[in-house]
Design a protein around this ligand. Structure first.
Ligand code: FNR
Length: 192
């Protein structure tokens, strides 16, 4: 069997009991053996400023190295004020610099947004996508994943209560696996 593709999962919420983190874990559990998914933490990244580019803080170096090792990136994020939570935008910015050394370049990606409410984080989802265009990250188009009323989707143990949700999230992660396969396999060949 081929080496599984290394998928960096970025969770947009820094909250300990975040629904987005629970959904990220469910997606990781549902992922096929062709993907090796792990959450890359973003909560220790100092706010990006060009002033620190000459002596990057250790968490920036760690984060950039983890993304550099990845074959693909999966964003699982809530929406803050109809946009991207600040911590996630900071992580995107940290990875994009210094100029011409972005660790994001060419990585295939997917975006899943969540919300306890009815719009499913549509605004956050598309604001992430806006950055991905500039960062040259081919993003999975379908299925779109705006998870609405996420609190009702999970029980106290953080597992899915309905087979329909499980079926949908399985479809999302299998589609993502197919999406990254072409790009990721090409990257692995290039690196070999
Ligand atoms: C929110 N929330 C929210 N929800 C939403 O659907 N659209 C929005 O624009 C916002 N805006 C917003 C701003 C801020 C600052 C906070 C703290 C929260 C509610 C949000 O969806 C809810 O707190 C989720 O539980 C956050 O996701 P996690 O942390 O559970 O993953």
């Amino acid at each position: 069997m081929e080496t599984p593709l290394n998928v960096a999962v970025l969770v947009g919420s820094l909250r300990k009991d975040a629904y987005s983190r629970k959904i990220a874990h469910i997606l990781i559990d549902l992922a096929p053996a062709t993907l090796d998914c792990r959450i890359v933490e973003i909560d220790d990244l100092p706010l990006y400023t060009e002033d620190l580019d000459s002596a990057p803080p250790a968490p920036w170096v760690r984060f950039r190295a983890e993304i550099q090792r990845a074959d693909a990136v999966l964003f699982v994020t809530p929406e803050y004020n109809r946009s991207i939570p600040g911590g996630l935008k900071n992580a995107i910015d940290v990875g994009s610099r210094p100029p011409y050394h972005s660790v994001w370049d060419g990585l295939p990606t997917g975006v899943i947004s969540i919300s306890p409410y009815k719009i499913g984080g549509f605004g956050a989802n598309h604001h992430v996508r806006q950055s991905l265009v500039f960062l040259n990250m081919p993003v999975m188009q379908q299925p779109e994943a705006y998870l609405t009323e996420v609190a009702a989707m999970l029980n106290e143990q953080g597992t899915l209560v309905s087979p329909d949700s499980r079926q949908f999230l399985t479809k999302v992660i299998l589609s993502f696996a197919a999406w990254v396969q072409t790009f990721g396999a090409a990257r692995q060949r290039k690196a070999a």
